[in-house]
Design a protein around this ligand. Structure first.
Ligand SMILES: NC(=O)c1ccc[n+]([C@@H]2O[C@H](COP(=O)([O-])OP(=O)(O)OC[C@H]3O[C@@H](n4cnc5c(N)ncnc54)[C@H](OP(=O)(O)O)[C@@H]3O)[C@@H](O)[C@H]2O)c1
Length: 180
Protein backbone atom coordinates (compact mmCIF):
# COMPACT_ATOMS: atom_id res chain seq x y z
CA UNK A 1 0.00 0.00 0.00
CA UNK A 2 1.19 3.51 -0.75
CA UNK A 3 2.06 6.12 1.83
CA UNK A 4 0.10 9.17 2.96
CA UNK A 5 2.07 12.36 2.64
CA UNK A 6 1.52 16.07 3.00
CA UNK A 7 2.83 18.17 0.14
CA UNK A 8 2.82 21.96 0.49
CA UNK A 9 4.85 25.02 -0.37
CA UNK A 10 5.78 27.28 2.53
CA UNK A 11 7.49 30.61 3.01
CA UNK A 12 10.64 30.65 5.11
CA UNK A 13 8.60 32.08 7.97
CA UNK A 14 6.14 29.20 7.76
CA UNK A 15 3.12 30.53 5.86
CA UNK A 16 1.22 28.68 3.11
CA UNK A 17 -0.44 31.86 1.88
CA UNK A 18 0.20 35.54 2.45
CA UNK A 19 -1.65 38.13 4.56
CA UNK A 20 -4.38 38.54 1.91
CA UNK A 21 -4.65 34.84 1.08
CA UNK A 22 -2.31 35.23 -1.88
CA UNK A 23 0.06 32.56 -3.14
CA UNK A 24 2.84 35.13 -3.14
CA UNK A 25 5.10 33.17 -5.52
CA UNK A 26 5.15 29.99 -3.41
CA UNK A 27 4.37 27.91 -6.50
CA UNK A 28 6.57 29.64 -9.07
CA UNK A 29 8.90 26.62 -9.06
CA UNK A 30 5.89 24.37 -9.76
CA UNK A 31 4.63 26.33 -12.76
CA UNK A 32 8.08 26.84 -14.29
CA UNK A 33 10.09 23.89 -12.99
CA UNK A 34 13.84 23.62 -13.44
CA UNK A 35 16.58 21.60 -11.81
CA UNK A 36 15.31 19.12 -9.21
CA UNK A 37 11.82 20.60 -9.38
CA UNK A 38 11.28 18.60 -12.56
CA UNK A 39 12.18 15.42 -10.66
CA UNK A 40 9.79 16.36 -7.85
CA UNK A 41 6.93 16.99 -10.28
CA UNK A 42 7.65 13.73 -12.06
CA UNK A 43 7.55 11.87 -8.75
CA UNK A 44 4.26 13.48 -7.85
CA UNK A 45 2.65 12.87 -11.23
CA UNK A 46 3.60 9.20 -11.32
CA UNK A 47 3.44 8.36 -7.60
CA UNK A 48 0.17 9.90 -6.50
CA UNK A 49 -2.99 7.81 -6.81
CA UNK A 50 -5.39 10.10 -4.97
CA UNK A 51 -5.53 13.58 -3.50
CA UNK A 52 -7.11 14.85 -0.30
CA UNK A 53 -7.71 18.56 0.18
CA UNK A 54 -9.85 21.02 2.10
CA UNK A 55 -12.73 22.99 0.63
CA UNK A 56 -10.86 26.30 0.84
CA UNK A 57 -7.88 24.87 -1.03
CA UNK A 58 -10.37 23.49 -3.59
CA UNK A 59 -12.03 26.88 -4.00
CA UNK A 60 -15.42 27.71 -5.40
CA UNK A 61 -15.27 26.06 -8.79
CA UNK A 62 -18.47 23.98 -9.16
CA UNK A 63 -16.91 21.90 -11.95
CA UNK A 64 -13.57 21.25 -10.26
CA UNK A 65 -10.27 22.69 -11.44
CA UNK A 66 -7.73 21.92 -14.11
CA UNK A 67 -5.12 19.58 -12.76
CA UNK A 68 -2.40 17.37 -14.23
CA UNK A 69 -3.37 14.71 -11.66
CA UNK A 70 -5.95 12.54 -13.38
CA UNK A 71 -6.85 10.81 -10.13
CA UNK A 72 -9.67 10.89 -7.59
CA UNK A 73 -9.67 14.03 -5.43
CA UNK A 74 -11.43 13.90 -2.05
CA UNK A 75 -12.48 17.35 -0.89
CA UNK A 76 -13.36 17.81 2.77
CA UNK A 77 -16.43 19.97 3.30
CA UNK A 78 -19.35 20.12 5.69
CA UNK A 79 -21.59 20.70 2.65
CA UNK A 80 -22.51 17.54 0.72
CA UNK A 81 -22.23 17.83 -3.06
CA UNK A 82 -22.34 15.49 -6.00
CA UNK A 83 -19.04 14.21 -7.38
CA UNK A 84 -17.84 16.15 -10.41
CA UNK A 85 -15.56 14.87 -13.16
CA UNK A 86 -13.23 17.12 -15.10
CA UNK A 87 -10.88 15.98 -17.80
CA UNK A 88 -10.01 12.66 -16.16
CA UNK A 89 -9.94 13.88 -12.55
CA UNK A 90 -12.84 13.38 -10.14
CA UNK A 91 -13.75 15.59 -7.20
CA UNK A 92 -15.79 13.91 -4.46
CA UNK A 93 -16.93 15.78 -1.38
CA UNK A 94 -16.38 14.12 1.97
CA UNK A 95 -18.40 15.33 4.96
CA UNK A 96 -17.43 12.85 7.66
CA UNK A 97 -13.88 13.82 8.52
CA UNK A 98 -10.23 13.43 7.55
CA UNK A 99 -9.98 9.74 8.49
CA UNK A 100 -12.85 8.96 6.12
CA UNK A 101 -11.32 11.06 3.33
CA UNK A 102 -7.99 9.24 3.72
CA UNK A 103 -9.65 5.81 3.82
CA UNK A 104 -11.51 6.59 0.59
CA UNK A 105 -8.32 7.91 -1.00
CA UNK A 106 -6.38 4.78 0.01
CA UNK A 107 -9.13 2.57 -1.40
CA UNK A 108 -8.68 4.28 -4.77
CA UNK A 109 -5.56 2.21 -5.48
CA UNK A 110 -2.08 1.15 -4.45
CA UNK A 111 -0.29 4.42 -5.10
CA UNK A 112 0.47 7.21 -2.63
CA UNK A 113 -2.14 9.53 -1.18
CA UNK A 114 -1.20 13.20 -1.28
CA UNK A 115 -2.70 15.59 1.25
CA UNK A 116 -2.44 18.83 -0.70
CA UNK A 117 -3.61 21.29 1.96
CA UNK A 118 -4.75 23.69 3.02
CA UNK A 119 -3.40 24.41 6.46
CA UNK A 120 -6.55 23.36 8.28
CA UNK A 121 -6.67 19.88 6.75
CA UNK A 122 -2.90 19.48 7.10
CA UNK A 123 -3.14 20.30 10.81
CA UNK A 124 -5.96 17.80 11.37
CA UNK A 125 -3.94 15.07 9.66
CA UNK A 126 -0.81 15.89 11.64
CA UNK A 127 -2.66 16.06 14.95
CA UNK A 128 -4.35 12.72 14.36
CA UNK A 129 -1.07 11.02 13.35
CA UNK A 130 -2.40 10.18 9.88
CA UNK A 131 0.66 11.22 7.83
CA UNK A 132 3.61 8.97 6.97
CA UNK A 133 5.61 11.77 5.35
CA UNK A 134 5.73 15.55 5.06
CA UNK A 135 7.15 17.12 1.92
CA UNK A 136 7.69 20.88 2.05
CA UNK A 137 8.84 23.17 -0.73
CA UNK A 138 10.56 25.95 1.19
CA UNK A 139 10.63 29.27 -0.63
CA UNK A 140 13.06 31.93 0.61
CA UNK A 141 10.58 34.72 1.23
CA UNK A 142 9.27 36.19 4.47
CA UNK A 143 5.53 36.94 4.36
CA UNK A 144 5.37 38.43 7.85
CA UNK A 145 1.78 37.21 8.15
CA UNK A 146 -0.81 34.99 6.55
CA UNK A 147 -1.91 31.42 7.07
CA UNK A 148 0.56 29.54 9.21
CA UNK A 149 1.07 25.86 8.44
CA UNK A 150 2.16 24.57 11.83
CA UNK A 151 -0.53 26.18 13.96
CA UNK A 152 -3.32 24.78 16.16
CA UNK A 153 -1.48 21.53 16.78
CA UNK A 154 -2.51 21.40 20.41
CA UNK A 155 0.96 21.63 21.91
CA UNK A 156 1.82 18.00 21.20
CA UNK A 157 5.36 17.08 20.20
CA UNK A 158 5.56 15.65 16.70
CA UNK A 159 8.93 14.24 15.68
CA UNK A 160 10.11 14.23 12.10
CA UNK A 161 13.13 12.57 10.56
CA UNK A 162 14.57 14.41 7.58
CA UNK A 163 14.96 11.96 4.72
CA UNK A 164 15.83 14.17 1.75
CA UNK A 165 16.97 17.67 0.84
CA UNK A 166 16.96 18.79 -2.79
CA UNK A 167 17.77 22.23 -4.13
CA UNK A 168 16.14 23.87 -7.13
CA UNK A 169 16.34 27.47 -8.27
CA UNK A 170 14.26 29.49 -5.80
CA UNK A 171 13.13 26.57 -3.65
CA UNK A 172 14.42 23.83 -1.35
CA UNK A 173 12.49 20.56 -1.34
CA UNK A 174 12.48 18.94 2.09
CA UNK A 175 11.15 15.51 2.85
CA UNK A 176 10.51 14.14 6.34
CA UNK A 177 9.27 10.87 7.76
CA UNK A 178 6.81 11.30 10.60
CA UNK A 179 8.19 9.31 13.53
CA UNK A 180 5.39 7.19 15.00
N1 LIG B 1 1.12 26.66 -0.10
C1 LIG B 1 0.48 25.56 -0.46
O1 LIG B 1 1.08 24.53 -0.83
C2 LIG B 1 -1.03 25.54 -0.41
C3 LIG B 1 -1.72 24.39 -0.80
C4 LIG B 1 -3.10 24.39 -0.70
C5 LIG B 1 -3.77 25.50 -0.23
N2 LIG B 1 -3.06 26.60 0.13
C6 LIG B 1 -3.75 27.78 0.68
O2 LIG B 1 -4.37 27.42 1.89
C7 LIG B 1 -5.56 28.19 2.07
C8 LIG B 1 -6.69 27.26 2.41
O3 LIG B 1 -6.37 26.57 3.59
P1 LIG B 1 -7.30 26.61 4.87
O4 LIG B 1 -6.53 26.09 6.02
O5 LIG B 1 -7.91 27.97 4.99
O6 LIG B 1 -8.50 25.65 4.49
P2 LIG B 1 -8.54 24.16 3.91
O7 LIG B 1 -7.81 23.24 4.83
O8 LIG B 1 -8.18 24.16 2.48
O9 LIG B 1 -10.12 23.89 3.97
C9 LIG B 1 -10.83 24.05 5.17
C10 LIG B 1 -12.25 23.66 4.88
O10 LIG B 1 -12.32 22.27 4.61
C11 LIG B 1 -13.51 21.72 5.18
N3 LIG B 1 -13.12 20.81 6.23
C12 LIG B 1 -11.94 20.77 6.90
N4 LIG B 1 -11.95 19.78 7.77
C13 LIG B 1 -13.16 19.15 7.65
C14 LIG B 1 -13.74 18.06 8.29
N5 LIG B 1 -13.07 17.36 9.22
N6 LIG B 1 -14.99 17.67 7.94
C15 LIG B 1 -15.65 18.34 6.97
N7 LIG B 1 -15.14 19.42 6.32
C16 LIG B 1 -13.90 19.81 6.67
C17 LIG B 1 -14.33 22.88 5.66
O11 LIG B 1 -15.06 23.31 4.53
P3 LIG B 1 -16.57 23.84 4.57
O12 LIG B 1 -16.44 25.27 4.98
O13 LIG B 1 -17.04 23.67 3.15
O14 LIG B 1 -17.30 23.01 5.56
C18 LIG B 1 -13.25 23.89 6.02
O15 LIG B 1 -13.75 25.21 6.02
C19 LIG B 1 -5.75 28.98 0.79
O16 LIG B 1 -5.26 30.29 0.99
C20 LIG B 1 -4.87 28.27 -0.21
O17 LIG B 1 -4.40 29.11 -1.20
C21 LIG B 1 -1.71 26.64 0.05
Amino acid sequence: MGKVFLDMAVSLDGFVSGPNGEDGGLHDWYFAPSGNATLILDELLHGVGAMVLGKRAFGDQPDGFDTPYKVPHFVLSHAAKDTVERDGATFSFVTDGVESALEQAKAAGDKDVCVAGGANVAQQCLKAGLLDEVQLHLVPVLFGGGLRLFDHLGGQRIELERTRVLESPGVTHLKFRVVK
